[in-house]
Design a protein around this ligand. Structure first.
Ligand code: MLT
Length: 395
């Protein structure tokens, strides 16, 4: 058996790798506290679950779904953007995806080929780079540095790189840094994409998780529909990571190109899940979103304040549900995350796994109940104070 040489360009998927290391410790009987993946711990709203149950009993949903997504789901998606002041044609400018990870991956197949470049935030969600490499393209990292508010310096992209670039990936509120971009930055990004004839792909998975002011959609920039496509995910705002539902919205040609890849690859998301998605988009009380934001804000403030009190200087992120913390002196992101895992039984993500500029950081996810966060902080504090304890065993 000979696997494709393309696979040689990929590293193991970060979160699968973290799960593997967590499971090894669990198998040794350790009570592991997982601040690794960003996977909301609170339940999907009841009305969404009920919509799924009702839809699952309707035999109409048991057949293949429409390739581009149901009309109702695409209309509900367009209404979501109308609330931001963005008018979308649900037929030609919206496409259902099986989670934005799937959509982003297939978008790369529509635009990247050998010789082409993707401009990729560094650190960034690993899927942008991995799919670019699978397609035979090259990754040009855009460093996201704390001193620039974790925004890339688009003016620093060399002209010969911009000339070969097909996609500019952006993601705000940002994973892993927690940074939020303002509309002025989005305007500059749209202008850059237009100037260089590049598709701007904005991953808006955390659009609804911005603590100080609403985060902008790139589609709110006048003229963005000429050059941009945005991925909206139902995973994070409605606690639906397991459901695999999102949509692409934006430029007609980009949406059509993505649909062509998808139609030849998958058969769409279960219609019952799309009906539940309609319930999420149309019927969720805004109070639910405010409550969720309140939960993550409390967790963020607790973790940041407690770590600072323990002598570890950690900044307070304005968005997403991650704390991106510079590692203490003398450590790399890998050595520190390994120490936390092996000596405190706490899983965090090493920043370097999100790209070379993530070196020197670890990412902690806030999608964990408060008592678990408190225990994790307590264990980390003890480790930092040099009070080594036995790894706690499962009770
Ligand atoms: C993360 O932890 O970065 C995300 O939850 C992973 C994902 O959205 O696929």
């Amino acid at each position: 058996m000979r696997v494709s040489s393309r696979l040689g360009r990929l590293r193991p998927y970060l979160f699968a790798e973290l799960n593997r290391r967590r499971d090894e410790l669990l198998a040794r009987g350790v009570r592991v506290l997982d601040l690794g993946i960003g996977d909301p711990d609170l339940p999907t709203p009841d009305h969404v679950v009920e919509a799924l149950c009702n839809a699952a009993y309707d035999p109409e949903t048991h057949r293949y779904p429409p390739y581009e997504g149901t009309s109702e789901f695409r209309e509900a998606a367009a209404e979501r953007y109308a609330r931001l002041g963005v008018e979308l044609d649900p037929q030609s400018q919206v496409l259902a995806v099986i989670g934005s990870k799937e959509g982003i991956a297939h978008l790369a197949w529509a635009f990247i080929e050998p010789g082409a470049i993707a401009l990729v935030p560094d650190p960034g969600y690993p899927v942008y780079s991995a799919q670019t490499l699978l397609c035979g393209g090259d990754v040009f990292p855009l460093p996201l540095l704390a001193e620039r508010g974790f925004l890339p310096d688009l003016d620093a992209v060399p002209p010969e790189v911009a000339a070969r670039a097909r996609i500019l990936f952006l993601n705000y509120p940002n994973n892993p840094t927690g940074a939020v971009a303002d509309l002025a930055f989005m305007e500059r990004a749209v202008a850059f994409a237009r100037r260089h004839d590049i598709l701007l792909c904005h991953d808006a998975a955390y659009l609804d998780i911005s603590y100080d002011a609403p985060a902008p959609s790139v589609l709110q920039v006048p003229g963005a529909l000429d050059v941009a496509v945005e991925f909206y995910s139902l995973s994070k705002p409605f606690n639906m990571t397991g459901w695999r539902l999102g949509f692409a919205a934006g430029n007609r040609d980009a949406v059509a190109a993505l649909a062509k890849v998808k139609n030849n690859t998958d058969s769409g998301q279960f219609t019952a899940v799309q009906r539940a998605g309609v319930a999420a988009l149309r019927e969720t009380d805004p109070e639910f979103s405010r409550r969720m934001l309140g939960v993550y804000r409390r967790r963020r403030d607790f973790v940041v304040d407690a770590l600072n009190a323990a002598g570890w200087a950690v900044p307070r992120p304005p968005g997403a549900f991650y704390v991106f913390a510079p590692v203490p002196a003398g450590h790399t992101s890998a050595s520190f995350s390994t120490m936390l895992l092996e000596q405190a039984g706490v899983v965090v993500s090493p920043g370097v796994a999100f790209g070379p500029s993530g070196e020197g950081y670890v990412r902690m996810s806030l999608t964990t109940p408060e008592p678990v966060l408190a225990e994790a902080i307590e264990r980390i504090g003890a480790l930092l104070r040099g009070e080594r304890k036995e790894l706690p065993r499962k009770g």
